[in-house]
Design a binder for this molecule. Structure first.
Ligand code: CAA
Length: 361
């Protein structure tokens, strides 16, 4: 496999509607500190009625293509990681390809593995190019989701929505290191049976699975004598963010299991992990996109060669720790301008408007 494949351009999209967690706390009679401090969430993005994962995925893809500057004819692969599929047979990629005018000699499919689907799609794209099968074409990978729980479910304050699209080819934004550290274990921690609108969740089990997967992946990295760089050499450690406190719990668990001094683990969390979740705190859990929102934030404005780690987790459960190295276009971070504008332009629902939105769903 070639060692010089990665993210050529990034595009992000979030819906225009949002809800502050303080409003939700008032509606549910919860202490706002439980949401803000206990879970680490400030607000959530919410899709308006009629807005689907296809809309978010298409906008993110259009932006990634614009920042890339190439033509859709140069795309030979489109894969969408999602758990907000519209159909059990037709892949979400077909809707997006239709809107982009992408057809012909193109491999097009959807990847499902809960929140891990987008990362799998990215790995497959990198490996497709590395195998030589791409023959000069680039890949378009999209992670897009709308995360909603049943009203009053404990997961409700962790809802969110968003999409991240990546043109995969030359590593202008970030190189994806070929070595990675996967982990899987069959589990029913979070799942959505066919035909049901909201997920079923074993909350405590889901936390334990996430922590166990993180421990296993970080241990494999620490024990890999051929790893291109280690944790100390990274500037940012990005995680799948169901809610920011989950990431803190998992990171401190990893530190404890790997024997890091407590002070070092806390300092590393404060300096290398917490800063990557600024956008996640505003957007909420965007499932497959959540890790890539964190990566997009961490890559913002960094120097070429800056090293990152990205831990992907999907219920069911599957996980993978990826290593990335920033490329020359990370410094300009074209995608961040879109995200800043999207966040600044959001309108916030009041309680009756949120109730009406949920009643319509
Ligand atoms: N001030 C400050 N903190 C407070 C507080 C207050 N007034 N009241 C409560 N808290 C704290 C609690 O002490 C707790 O912190 P610790 O865990 O550090 O003790 C925190 O707030 C949360 O409180 P609870 O544990 O009581 O929360 P809950 O049981 O109501 O909900 C949850 C937690 C079960 C995880 C729920 O959010 C949920 O079901 N989420 C969906 C599942 C999920 O996200 N799982 C994560 C791993 S699976 C995954 O990653 C896939 C995915 O994307 C879904």
């Amino acid at each position: 496999m070639t060692h010089h494949v990665g993210i050529t351009a990034l595009g992000t999209a979030i819906p225009a509607t949002s809800l502050r967690l303080d409003e939700l706390a008032a509606l549910r009679g919860a202490n706002p500190d439980k949401y803000r401090l206990g879970l680490g969430c400030d607000s959530m993005s919410l899709a308006d009625p009629g807005t689907t994962a296809v809309d978010l995925a298409t906008t993110a893809a259009q932006r990634a293509i614009r920042h890339w500057g190439g033509d859709v004819d140069q795309i030979g692969f489109i894969a969408v990681g999602t758990e907000s599929a519209l159909d059990m047979s037709r892949p979400l990629s077909a809707w997006v390809a239709d809107r982009l005018g992408l057809q012909g000699h193109v491999r097009s499919y959807e990847v499902k593995h809960a929140c891990y689907g987008g990362t799998l799609a990215l790995r497959q794209a990198v490996e497709w190019i590395g195998s030589g099968a791409a023959r000069g074409k680039v890949a378009l990978v999209i992670a897009a989701d709308i995360a909603l729980y049943a009203p009053e479910h404990p997961g409700e304050p962790t809802q969110g929505a968003g999409a991240v699209a990546m043109i995969v080819g030359e590593p202008r934004v970030a190189r994806v290191i070929p070595a990675s550290y996967p982990y899987s274990e069959p589990a029913f921690d979070f799942w959505r049976p066919t035909g049901e609108p909201f997920p079923r969740v074993q909350g405590k089990l889901s936390l334990d699975c996430y922590k166990r997967a993180a421990e296993s992946c970080f241990r494999a990295w620490a024990e890999d004598s051929e790893a291109p760089f280690n944790l100390e050499a990274t500037t940012a450690l990005c995680f799948h963010v169901p809610f920011p406190k989950m990431v803190k719990k998992a990171f401190l668990h990893v530190g404890e299991q790997l024997g890091w001094p407590e002070e070092l683990a806390t300092h590393t969390f404060d300096t290398k992990v917490a800063p990557t979740m600024t956008w996640n705190r505003e957007i909420g859990n965007s499932y497959t996109a959540s890790l890539w929102v964190s990566v997009a934030s961490a890559l913002r404005g960094v120097d070429p060669g800056t090293r990152l780690a990205a831990f992907s987790y999907g219920s069911g459960c599957g996980a993978e720790l990826l290593l990335l190295e920033a490329g020359p276009e990370a410094r300009a971070s074209a995608w961040a301008t879109d995200m800043d504008a999207d966040l600044a332009g959001r309108h916030f629902l009041d309680i009756p408007a949120y109730e009406a939105l949920r009643a319509d769903a």
